[in-house]
Design a protein around this ligand. Structure first.
Ligand code: ATP
Ligand code: DGY
Length: 388
């Protein structure tokens, strides 16, 4: 019996990883052994991927939202090999979807609630905390996060609530001792540094509604803070990933956390490589496959593992760029699931997306089964999958 493994990232705003995997697997006949691996790269769906592998409890924690209001946010607490861990998707607490992107928001939002969430996880007695960074609505350099963890700042006269704009200096000696009892890992979605042309304010500030002037001020403050930290603690904040989630990467780093890659961390947590062993075909994908995909997104990570094990791999997506560039070496077979011209909003309807994914899978299965009839063999580990 041939084995098909589906490990497709959620199509953002459209369907979850588990739903897409099921839709694709339903396009294959019962001649196939079918395996669904809900997967994520540190973005949306990371808690769901770990929950699918280990179960656990979604704990609801009362926290402060980015603009100082009240918010009930979820984290996943589970056990992996007898070790209690928590997984927090930062977007649940400080996500862009929680605020109206505007200059005012950029000048007033804070990541304080995420620090509260991390403390709540520490109080649950977990040993490790995995914090996904990305899709944030804050640009506070992680200062709010650090304040919730016990850091202090000397404030200037400014009235805005973004603590990065208010901070004249940052003092870390009073960080909550609970932090010393856990390992903190930040799964960053980008490798940007803290400040400068590639820093969080310059690159992601406008996404959150900041004007040119605000971006400049935020970047200047980030630079000043990084210099101050270097002078007072010797820590260099300008490391890859410190610019993730409005500088939260830097905040996590200063709290003693490590910045780690998203896909490979989730894959290793859920034992992904073990699960794809013996597969005859892998199907991966994401909402849009483009230049960003090779920056550590799910299809790229799955394709690297497929290459390592010489497994045939196909990717599906809601839409794709015409030119895949270097990615086409690693992932030569990429299908858009669209069946005809419709608007993006229509294409993204969940029901339509799942039907389209199933139909695309039926076509892929048909091709493999024809190949099997012709050659009397299945394309298996070490065999090239026909791409034409
Ligand atoms: N069903 C669909 N049909 C057509 N296009 C889709 C569909 N679902 C998603 N998309 C496109 O993909 C985009 C989202 O991309 P994707 O799902 O790859 O997430 P992302 O922005 O890369 O974030 P993340 O890294 O968190 O997954 C949407 O904005 C849309 O353009
Ligand atoms: O949250 C953000 O600022 C972007 O997703 C980059 O991390």
């Amino acid at each position: 019996m041939m084995k098909i493994v589906a490990a497709i990232d959620s199509f953002k705003g459209s369907a979850t990883s588990a739903e897409l995997n099921q839709a694709v697997l339903s396009g294959f006949s019962d001649q196939w052994e079918k395996c669904s691996i809900p997967i994520a790269d540190g973005g949306e769906g990371s808690m769901a991927a770990v929950f699918a592998a280990f179960g656990g409890n979604y704990e609801t924690v009362p926290v402060t939202d980015p603009l100082g209001g009240k918010l009930q946010a979820r984290m996943l607490v589970t056990k992996i090999k007898e070790e209690k861990i928590a997984l927090i998707e930062s977007a649940e607490v400080i996500g862009l979807q929680l605020v109206e992107p505007s200059d005012e928001t950029s000048r007033n939002s804070s990541s304080f609630g995420l620090g509260q969430m991390v403390l709540a996880a520490c109080r649950q007695g977990v040993k490790k905390i995995y914090l996904t960074l990305g899709g944030s609505g804050t640009s506070d350099g992680g200062v709010g996060f650090l304040l919730a963890l016990g850091a202090t700042i000397q404030r200037n006269e400014r009235m805005e609530n973004n603590p990065l704009l208010q901070a004249e200096s940052l003092e870390l000696s009073q960080l909550n001792p609970l932090l010393a009892q856990i390992d903190l890992f930040a799964l960053a979605d980008v490798t940007n540094p803290y400040s400068g042309e590639q820093g969080f304010a310059s690159v992601f500030g406008s996404q959150k509604g900041a004007t040119k002037e605000t971006i400049q001020q935020l970047d200047q403050q980030a630079k000043r803070l990084a210099e101050h930290i270097k002078r007072t603690t010797g820590i260099d904040l300008e490391v890859p990933g410190s610019g993730a989630a409005g500088g939260l990467g830097g905040g996590v780093y200063l709290a003693g956390g490590q910045l780690v890659p998203g896909f490979s961390t989730i894959a290793s947590l859920i034992g992904f490589e073990e699960k794809i062993k013996g597969a005859d075909l892998l199907i991966t994908g994401e909402g849009r496959i483009d230049g960003q995909t090779a920056r550590g997104k799910v299809p790229y990570g799955v394709a690297l593992l497929a290459q390592k094990r010489q497994l045939p791999i196909v990717a599906i997506c809601g839409s794709r760029t015409e030119r895949l560039g270097e990615l086409s070496q690693l992932l030569p077979t990429v299908f858009s699931i669209q069946q005809g011209p419709v608007s993006l909003a229509e294409a993204m309807e969940k029901k339509r997306t799942l039907i389209n994914a199933q139909q695309t899978a039926q076509a892929i299965a048909g091709l493999v089964e024809q190949w099997q009839k012709k050659t009397g063999s299945v394309p298996s580990e070490g065999t090239d999958f026909p791409t034409k």
